[in-house]
Design a protein around this ligand. Structure first.
Ligand code: SME
Length: 153
C-alpha cells in the first residue's frame, strides 16, 4: 500500500520552487514510479495551450505513449471533460480506451486544476487488473492537490 501522505509531501518538497514545470513534472512522474508497486506507466498529459481541444503528452515514466488525446476521448480525455477522477479496473470494458500499451489492464486518471480549470491530468497504468481502488483515487487526488499548489502550470 502506498503511503500517500508521504508521497504528497515528497512531491511538494521536490517541486516547490522548481523554476520549470517540465522539470517538476519529470521528477514527479519518477517519484510516483519509484513509490508505487505494479505501475507500468505514470505521467502527465497537458491541455495544449494553442489548441484547447486536445491533450498533449507531458513528462512521464514508462513505454512510449500516444502524443495527442482529444477532449472526451479515452480515459484521459474523459477525466478532462468530466473534471472527475476515472478509476478503471478493466480498461477493455471502458468505451474508447486508448491502448498505448497492449499489456495495460487497469488505469486511473486524475484531473489537475489551475486558475479554476483543468490544465492537465495525471495518468497511471498497470498490467494488473483492478490495480487501483478508491484509496488510490483519494491518495492520488491528494498528490495532485500538492502539485496544483507548487507547480507553475
Ligand atoms: N489509456 C489512456 C491513454 C494514455 S496511455 O495510458 C499512457 C487513455 O485511454 O486515455
Amino acid at each position: 500500500m502506498t503511503d500517500y501522505a508521504l508521497l504528497a509531501a515528497q512531491a511538494r518538497a521536490l517541486c516547490e520552487g522548481c523554476p520549470s514545470w517540465v522539470a517538476a513534472l519529470a521528477n514527479a512522474s519518477a517519484l510516483v514510479m519509484e513509490s508505487m508497486d505494479d505501475v507500468s506507466w505514470a505521467g502527465f498529459y497537458l491541455v495544449d495551450e494553442s489548441d484547447s481541444t486536445r491533450l498533449l503528452l507531458g513528462p512521464f515514466q514508462g513505454k512510449v505513449a500516444c502524443v495527442e488525446i482529444a477532449r472526451g476521448r479515452g480515459v484521459c480525455g474523459t477525466a478532462w471533460e468530466q473534471d472527475a477522477t476515472q478509476l478503471v479496473p478493466d480498461v477493455h470494458a471502458f468505451p474508447g480506451h486508448i491502448a498505448c500499451d497492449s499489456a495495460s489492464r487497469s488505469e486511473i486518471v486524475v484531473p489537475i486544476h489551475a486558475n479554476g480549470r483543468v490544465v492537465a491530468v495525471l495518468d497511471l497504468d498497470s498490467t494488473s487488473p483492478a490495480r487501483f481502488d478508491e484509496a488510490d483515487a483519494r491518495g492520488l487526488e491528494g498528490l495532485v492537490a500538492s502539485l496544483e499548489e507548487v507547480v507553475a502550470w
